[in-house]
Design a protein around this ligand. Structure first.
Ligand SMILES: Cc1ncc(C[n+]2csc(CCOP(=O)(O)OP(=O)(O)O)c2C)c(N)n1
Ligand SMILES: [Mg+2]
Length: 385
C-alpha cells in the first residue's frame, strides 16, 4: 500500500516541520527561553507523523512524548507547541505545563489524548477509549503509542490484555528505539523484540521499519482496517533509534558511536526525500522550495511565540483546582478542565451498538500472527543490544 503522491510529499513535509520545530526549540533552550526540559524525537519523526497521517478523522490518538509530529498532523500550529514549551499564557496549558502534555478530546478538538507521564498508562486509557468507541457504535479506532520501556509496565499488560480479550479497535504502536532512558532492551526483556512479546497476547502483530514513514503509514492503515473489521487490537512494532539523549540533559554516552552511525545513515527525512526524488514524485527544486518555506514558517511561528504574553498571574490557579475558571476557556479552547463531555460527542444508535458489541465476540477466527522480519539495521546493531 503506497500513499497517493500528495500524501507522500505531505509525510515528508510534516517530518520537516517536526524537525525544524525541535531544532528551533533547541536554540530557544540554549537561550534560556524554555521553562522545562526538552525531549526530542530526533530520528523517530516517521513514527508520529506516519501513524497520525494514516488515521481517520474521528479516530483518537494517544501519543507518547516522541510523537511530536502527530500534533502538527492533527492540526496544531507550531506556535502553540513553542508557546507550551515557553509556558506562555496562550499556550495549550496556559503555562501550567512545559512540554507535550496536552491534548483535546472534544468533538471540535483534534482527537488527541495528552501524553501520560506514567509509562504504560496510555495503553490502559486508550483501551477504555476503544471500548467506548465500540460501545457507542463509532466507525473509529484508537491509536496508542508505547515505548519499549513503557511496554514493560504492569499498566501496559493489564490494558492491552483487556483490549485483546475484548477485541477492541485499538492499534498500539510500539517504538523500539533500543533504550528506555539508559537501559538497553537486552537488560529489559529476554524476548527477541516487541513483536515477539506482543504475539503472546494473541493479537495480530506487525513489524515495520520505523524510519520509513510510508511503511509506518501503511502498517497503521492496515492495522486500522483490521480493527474496523472487529479483529483488533493490532500491535505494530516500529524499529527505530533515539538519536539524542533521553532529554536535553542526557548526553547518552552509554550509546556507542557505531550504533548511532548505523542509524544516522537511515535518517527518516533523508530516506523519504531520496525516495520522492528517485520515484519522480517531486523534483529537487520542489523539495528545496518546500524546505525553505517550512524553515521560514517555523521561524515566524517561533517569533510569534516569543512575542506572546506570559500567563496573567491573577489566573494562575485557574484550571488547576476544581471550580477555578480556566484561562483556556477564556482563550476559547473547547475542552477545559473538569467539564463533562457534551452530549452528542458519541453517536448513540442502539442497533449499531448492538452489532458492534456482538460481532467481535462471535468471530472466533484466531489471527495467525505474521511477524515480518526486519533485517537491515538489526544485523548491525543486534550484538550491542
Ligand atoms: C511508571 C514509570 N516509571 C518510570 C518513569 C520514568 N521514565 C520516563 S521516560 C522513561 C524511559 C521510557 O522508555 P521507553 O518507553 O522505551 O520510551 P523512549 O524514551 O525510549 O521513547 C522512564 C524510565 C515513568 N515516567 N513512569
Ligand atoms: Mg525506548
Amino acid at each position: 500500500m503506497t500513499p497517493p503522491p500528495e500524501d507522500r510529499i505531505g509525510l515528508y513535509r510534516f517530518m520537516l516541520i517536526t524537525r525544524d520545530v525541535e531544532e528551533r526549540l533547541g536554540i530557544l533552550a540554549k537561550q534560556g527561553k524554555l521553562k522545562g526540559g526538552l525531549y526530542r524525537c530526533l530520528g523517530q519523526e516517521a513514527i508520529g507523523v506516519g501513524s497520525a497521517y494514516a488515521m481517520g478523522e474521528n479516530d483518537v490518538f494517544g501519543p507518547g512524548i516522541r510523537e511530536l509530529g502527530a500534533f502538527f498532523v492533527r492540526g496544531y500550529a507550531p506556535r502553540l507547541v513553542i508557546m507550551q514549551y515557553m509556558a506562555k499564557g496562550g499556550g495549550p496549558t496556559a503555562g501550567r505545563e512545559t512540554n507535550v502534555h496536552f491534548g483535546e478530546l472534544h468533538p471540535d478538538g483534534r482527537g488527541l489524548i495528552s501524553p501520560i507521564s506514567m509509562l504504560g498508562s496510555m495503553v490502559s486509557v486508550c483501551t477504555g477509549v476503544a471500548l467506548a468507541q465500540r460501545y457507542r457504535g463509532l466507525d473509529a479506532v484508537t491509536v496508542a503509542h508505547t515505548g519499549d520501556g513503557a511496554m514493560s509496565t504492569g499498566q501496559f499488560y493489564e490494558g492491552f490484555n483487556l483490549a485483546c480479550v475484548q477485541r477492541l479497535p485499538l492499534v498500539v504502536i510500539g517504538s523500539n528505539n533500543g533504550w528506555a532512558y539508559g537501559t538497553p532492551t537486552n537488560r529489559q526483556f529476554r524476548a527477541r523484540d516487541l513483536a515477539a512479546r506482543a504475539a503472546g497476547y494473541g493479537c495480530p502483530v506487525m513489524q515495520v521499519d520505523g524510519n520509513d514513514v510510508e511503511a509506518v503509514w501503511a502498517a497503521t492503515r492496515e492495522a486500522r482496517e483490521i480493527c474496523l473489521r472487529g479483529q483488533g487490537p493490532v500491535f505494530v512494532e516500529a524499529l527505530t533509534m533515539r538519536m539524542v539523549g533521553h532529554a536535553a540533559h542526557d548526553d547518552a554516552k552509554y550509546v556507542s558511536r557505531e550504533m548511532l552511525e548505523a542509524w544516522r545513515a537511515r535518517d527518516p527525512l533523508a530516506l523519504q526525500r531520496q525516495r520522492l526524488l528517485d520515484e519522480g514524485v517531486a523534483t529537487q527544486a520542489d523539495l528545496a522550495a518546500m524546505e525553505d518555506e517550512v524553515q521560514a514558517m517555523v521561524l515566524a511561528e517561533a517569533e510569534a511565540a516569543l512575542a506572546a504574553p506570559e500567563p496573567d498571574p491573577a489566573t494562575v490557579i485557574g484550571g488547576v483546582y476544581h471550580g477555578e475558571p480556566s484561562p483556556l476557556a477564556v482563550a476559547g479552547y473547547p475542552w477545559t478542565h473538569g467539564e463533562a463531555a457534551p452530549d452528542g460527542w458519541f453517536r448513540q444508535d442502539a442497533a449499531t451498538v448492538e452489532s458492534r458489541v456482538r460481532a467481535p465476540f462471535d468471530d472466533t477466527g484466531l489471527w495467525n500472527p505474521e511477524v515480518v522480519p526486519y533485517a537491515p539495521v538489526r544485523a548491525a546493531v543486534e550484538d550491542e543490544r
